[in-house]
Design a protein around this ligand. Structure first.
Ligand code: NAP
Length: 245
């Protein structure tokens, strides 16, 4: 695969990019921190990525830079067939309620910016007959819940967008893979108390790569979260008002 990757410098994205490198995929990295991107690129080359791993700046909060970033990717990796977006922001509901600017930034990056980046990427993929667009949403978007009111709302919108893309463009060759992680131990969740069924980035990455290869439209990871969310989705409102999760 020829993969353009936003968010490969940390957490689940880093684990997924390493899985891809280990089997000889070609990669091009987009992100905010040039030094981090360079470090990650060299790491992926050592781990077996095919050819040189290029990098270019791209902030999911700044849509005006998306075309330039994808042009750089196209020049280094002509005809790329896969775009992965693991980049995203998280903050606790308490922090977001206390800081409207942070709330605005999270809603903008996790919904508007990510959707606009996907729009730019999917147009390029469709123009050459299709490919795979794999984007990380969250189980937080599955049900309105007290601890993730704003983050969950952004991810719910993102999941709905990805579902509709899959409905509209699958027949034209675009495979949309929406990943819904449960709690995974990464820098994003540092300092939070892990719930039961918390996962590690490496097995999650393996599961996501298998989903990309198969073109699975929705993947829960770790898999147990599919069952957990089935139960949570079925709880009546009077229960959801009482519980803390
Ligand atoms: N970990 C979990 O429990 C969990 C659960 C549900 C969903 N998710 C979702 O899974 C994805 C990956 O999570 P993770 O735990 O691996 O997170 P992470 O360890 O915090 O890594 C996030 C990555 O996103 C990049 N990023 C953040 N803001 C960005 C922006 N504005 N533009 C471009 N890149 C940006 C970060 O790079 P820099 O910050 O260095 O720029 C980093 O590479 C996220 O979308 C997250 O919402 C995670």
């Amino acid at each position: 695969m020829k993969v353009v990757f936003v968010g490969a410098t940390k957490g689940i994205g880093r684990a997924l990019a390493r899985e891809m490198a280990a089997r000889g995929d070609s990669l091009f990295l987009l992100g905010r921190d040039a030094a981090d991107l360079e470090r990650s690129a060299r790491d992926l080359e050592v781990r077996g990525a095919s050819g040189a791993v290029g990098t270019a700046p791209c902030d999911l909060g700044e849509p005006s830079g998306f075309e330039a970033a994808l042009n750089r990717a196209e020049a280094a990796l002509p005809g790329f067939d896969t775009v992965v977006v693991t980049g995203g922001l998280f903050a606790t509901q308490d922090r977001l309620e206390a800081d409207p600017a942070l709330a605005e930034s999270l809603l903008h990056v996790d919904f508007t910016g990510t959707v606009l980046f996907c729009e730019a990427a999917r147009k390029r993929l469709l123009a050459r007959g299709g490919g795979t667009l794999c984007v990380f949403s969250s189980v937080a978007g599955e049900r309105g819940r007290k601890p993730v009111i704003l983050y969950g709302a952004a991810k719910a919108g993102l999941s709905t967008y990805l579902e509709a893309l899959d409905h509209k463009f699958r027949a034209a060759g675009l495979k949309t893979v929406c990943v819904k992680p449960g709690f995974v131990k990464t820098s994003m969740t540092d300092g939070l108390k892990p719930p039961p069924f918390a996962g590690e980035p490496e097995p999650v990455a393996k599961r996501v790569l298998a989903a990309i290869d198969r073109g699975t439209p929705v993947v829960y990871a770790p898999p147990m979260w599919a069952l957990v969310m089935l139960v949570i989705r079925s709880l009546p409102r009077f229960v959801m008002r009482k519980v803390g999760f």
